[in-house]
Ligand binder design. Structure first.
Ligand SMILES: Nc1nc2c(c(=O)[nH]1)N[C@H]1C(S)=C(S)[C@@H](COP(=O)(O)O)O[C@H]1N2
Ligand SMILES: [Mo]
Length: 204
């Protein structure tokens, strides 16, 4: 029996399959589909725009765009997974890491969950445990450019470890809560957690 050249076998090995990066039931797209309920907010400027931190915090905050832009930023490349079955690999975002935001907030010990609040009343719920990750951010750039209006300009939440509906566009604030509460899509039948690796699509 011959084993051949072991080095050759290594070089002939197929590229690591993207399957390992794509959650079950998803297909990869090169496009960047636009998906949301309602209309896209258009801002003439950000003079009146603010970002609110409220609920179970020692001190509620209201940050202007300029104040938010003073916070440390980071750029990361991640995969995103929409519950409507498209995944997009290697998307590059710049934003304020969640953990940087948390450094300026005094969260009360009883807080376990966050409701993301957006323009037009859209909401999405997340546990603090899921948010507390180094790839969660308040994103304001995609591919080095300000977010397109349709993709959430000026600010969206980015939670790569959850289905993309949790990455709330046109984010205007975060509310800290003592229990989990369904957000917009969660009230409409989506799963409370939305982990793509566990295919947590429907809550029913
Ligand atoms: N404010 C707001 N954010 C939202 C939504 C929405 O309806 N309103 N839809 C979510 C859903 S279901 C998806 S799949 C993604 C789509 O983001 P994209 O349009 O940038 O691809 O946004 C999420 N964020
Ligand atoms: Mo979605």
């Amino acid at each position: 029996m011959r084993f051949g050249n072991p080095l050759k076998r290594i070089f002939d090995a197929p590229e690591p399959n993207d399957d390992a990066r794509v959650p079950p039931g998803q297909f990869v797209t090169e496009k960047f589909p636009v998906l949301h309920y309602g209309s896209t907010p258009i801002y003439a400027n950000l003079d009146k725009w603010d970002f609110r931190v409220f609920g179970l915090v020692e001190e509620p905050l209201r940050l202007t765009w300029q104040q938010l832009m003073q916070l440390p930023r980071a750029t990361q490349t991640v995969d995103i997974h929409c519950v409507t079955r498209w995944s997009k690999l290697d998307t590059t975002w710049t934003g304020i890491p969640w953990r940087e935001l948390m450094k300026i907030i005094k969260v009360k010990p009883e807080a376990t969950h966050v409701m993301a609040h957006c323009e037009h009343g859209f909401t999405a719920n997340l546990s603090l445990e899921v948010l507390d990750d180094d790839d969660t951010m308040l994103a304001f750039e995609y591919d080095g450019q300000p977010l397109e209006p349709d993709h959430g300009y000026p600010l969206r939440l980015l939670v790569p470890k959850r289905y993309f509906w949790k990455s709330a566009k046109w984010l205007r604030g975060v509310e800290f809560m003592a229990e989990d509460r369904p957000g917009f899509w969660e009230r409409n039948g989506y799963h409370m957690e939305g982990d793509p690796w566990r295919e947590e699509r429907s809550g029913w």
